[in-house]
Design a protein around this ligand. Structure first.
Ligand code: GDD
Length: 328
């Protein structure tokens, strides 16, 4: 019988890559989406468009235990990937209550529903390097203490602990993937890498004159989303559930990303980039760099796409999109 996977957050970048991977592996893929997404597929399901006929979508909400419970009961998944969250760190400062409520309760609800209705299901929780925040050591490993610096980071620490507790208390096969930043041409426009590559492509096409950014000195360990979702799947194929850092082991400033992207388009970034204080965060995570040696040793995983290739891949796609559809 085909294995069944249930993905929350299937409409996002990671959900889109993961669905493709699982379809290729022969899984029956189910996803939970908000009802509004089903009513407006053109805008909200664009990343899933090429595979819509190969997946089954269920209307539900992270805010409703009943909806998650009913979907779990209906699908009875073998594997569940809980990716859904309010995932934009900046926004979490503006609306801390909804970020904390949705992210923590959503994780609690899905864990509880799985425990009640599919206790054999293997569970992946999308934890985050944002949990390290004001980092206590460099590089960060599975043993580095957490010091989150945003409501989003706090919500992910709570989700991490809930997942671990469900594993220890109820014997669920529940894993935390501590993923560092991961990007792609399917990244949302609010995140800095995509904001930069789209911004550069628009400037190149004469559609914009400047690109406004916040802190250029923050350092991130940026990998390719297509590589990182493989680690999610590998975690659930192990004999024992555990927690893993997934990263590239390299760190670069936002400024470096900007330089490479403008260079690629043959433009001098200093002429176009304006720093805007409004875009700085009240508390910043200054430096992230992950040590993925545990994932390498146990899962046999390592990143394939290098930083420079990632910038090029995103630039190529945005230059192409802007060229053929001026509305971007
Ligand atoms: N978004 C954004 N927009 N970020 C900016 C800008 C800007 O105009 N200017 C500078 N930055 C800086 C931010 O201050 C931050 O230091 C860095 O760019 C990266 O910001 P984001 O791309 O928004 O990502 P993030 O690091 O906050 O969070 C992402 O990675 C996490 C994993 O570490 C998100 O994907 C999270 O959901 C994820 O958990």
């Amino acid at each position: 019988m085909r294995k069944k996977a249930l993905i929350t957050g299937i409409t996002g970048q990671d959900g889109a890559y993961l669905s493709r991977l699982l379809i290729d592996k022969g899984y029956q893929v189910h996803g939970i989406v908000r009802r509004v997404a089903l009513e407006d597929p053109e805008h909200r399901l664009w990343r899933l468009k090429p595979i819509l006929n190969k997946i089954k979508l269920h209307a539900g909400s992270l805010e409703s235990y009943a909806s998650l419970f009913n979907i779990v009961q209906k699908v009875k998944p073998d594997e569940c990937y809980h990716l859904a969250a309010q995932s934009f760190v900046s926004y979490s400062f503006e609306d801390e209550f909804s970020t904390i409520n949705t992210n923590i309760n959503g994780t609690h609800f899905i864990l509880s529903a799985l425990k009640e209705r599919a206790p054999k299901c293997k569970i992946y929780f999308a934890a985050s390097s944002e949990m390290f925040g004001h980092v206590r050591e460099i590089p960060q490993t599975e043993n580095t203490p957490f010091h989150p610096r945003s409501p989003y980071g706090i919500s992910k620490v709570a989700g991490f602990e809930l997942t671990r507790n469900y594993r220890e208390a109820y014997n669920l096969f529940a894993c935390n993937g501590i993923l560092f930043n991961h990007e792609s041409p399917m990244r949302g426009y609010e995140f800095v890498t995509r904001k930069i590559t789209l911004g550069v492509a628009r400037i190149k096409a004469g559609l914009d004159k400047e690109l406004r950014l916040g802190n250029l000195e923050a350092k991130r360990d940026w990998g390719f989303a297509g590589d990182f979702i493989e680690a999610m799947w590998l975690m659930l194929q192990e004999k024992k559930p555990d927690d893993y850092v997934v990263a590239t082991g390299e760190t670069h400033t936002v400024r470096r990303f900007v330089e490479l992207a403008f260079d690629y388009a043959g433009l001098d970034w200093k002429k176009y980039v304006k720093q805007d204080k409004v875009l700085f965060r009240p508390a910043e995570v200054n430096q992230l760099i992950g040590d993925y040696s545990k994932a390498k040793r146990i899962l046999g995983w390592k990143p394939k796409v290098k930083f420079e290739e990632l910038v090029k891949m995103m630039m190529d796609e945005d230059l192409r999109r802007v060229k053929c559809q001026k509305q971007f």
